[in-house]
Design a protein around this ligand. Structure first.
Ligand code: TMP
Length: 235
């Protein structure tokens, strides 16, 4: 499988067409942004971590019955995925208060919820990915009610699988963001990536941050945190 024309370049990945109209190749970059692209930098080796870790998560989820876009890892940074139309919703699941939740509701970080929360952001950089509810998503024709119900069910299932998995690695899965895609035959599958860019990971003992918050918050030790996650996963 080889790359044909570039279809898209995002903040962290490039997407290429292939000879097969149903497949694409994703190429993960080391570029890092935060706050809707206002903060820019490089996390050396991030593309490799995010590619390999995402693929590992997608394969774990597939085994647990979650359909994903994963097809085949081609190299350290490149993966063949199913071509989908991305549903323009960022789906965020939280197990513990942190980040924008803590800020919005004026609570400290680190409060464990009795049950996970779900929220959607409208994937629109010009608007700064605003928070959106089901009714807004329907009004804007971003998805159907049936698709939203499927997405919620799949997102909570992903949380159950990943929470257990990371627990074994002495890592707390604080929160994460998912994106879903629609195949040409209308099926909703998990797409995008699952990585330290898109999840908050805390060491279970020390509560040390092992994710992109180290970059967002200028904490240093960013590459080391990504490498530590790779080590714990066994990659
Ligand atoms: P938040 O607390 O800033 O809303 O972030 C919630 C989770 O979503 C966190 O794990 C980081 C992830 N996330 C992304 O993957 N992309 C984004 O653009 C943002 C803002 C958050």
């Amino acid at each position: 499988m080889k790359k044909c024309e570039q279809l898209y370049e995002g903040k962290a990945k490039k997407v290429f067409a292939t000879e097969d109209p149903n497949l694409c190749i994703v190429d993960y970059k080391d570029d890092a942004t935060a706050f809707n692209g206002q903060k820019k930098g490089t996390i050396v080796g991030k593309g490799v971590v995010n590619n390999r870790m995402s693929n590992c998560m997608f394969q774990l989820l597939e085994k647990q019955g979650v359909d994903t876009h994963f097809v085949e890892e081609l190299s350290d940074r490149e993966t063949v995925v199913k071509k989908v139309e991305i549903v323009p919703l960022e789906v965020i699941i939280r197990n513990i208060s942190a980040g924008s939740f803590a800020k919005r509701f004026g609570v400290e970080e680190g409060i464990e919820f009795a049950q996970p929360t779900i929220e959607f952001s409208y994937k629109n950089d010009d608007l700064g990915d605003p928070l959106i509810n089901d009714y807004h998503a329907l009004a804007l024709n971003l998805a159907t009610q049936e698709e939203i119900d499927t997405i919620k069910k799949m997102a909570f299932k992903v949380n159950e699988v990943m929470k257990e998995y990371f627990k074994q690695l002495n890592v707390i899965l604080v929160d994460f963001k998912l994106e879903f895609g629609k195949t040409p035959d209308g099926k909703i599958i998990l797409a995008d990536e699952i990585s330290p860019d898109t999840c908050r990971f805390w060491d279970a003992d020390t509560k040390e941050k092992l994710d992109k918050d180290r970059f967002r918050r200028d904490m240093g030790g960013v590459e080391e945190a990504y490498a530590e996650m790779m080590k714990r996963i066994g990659l």
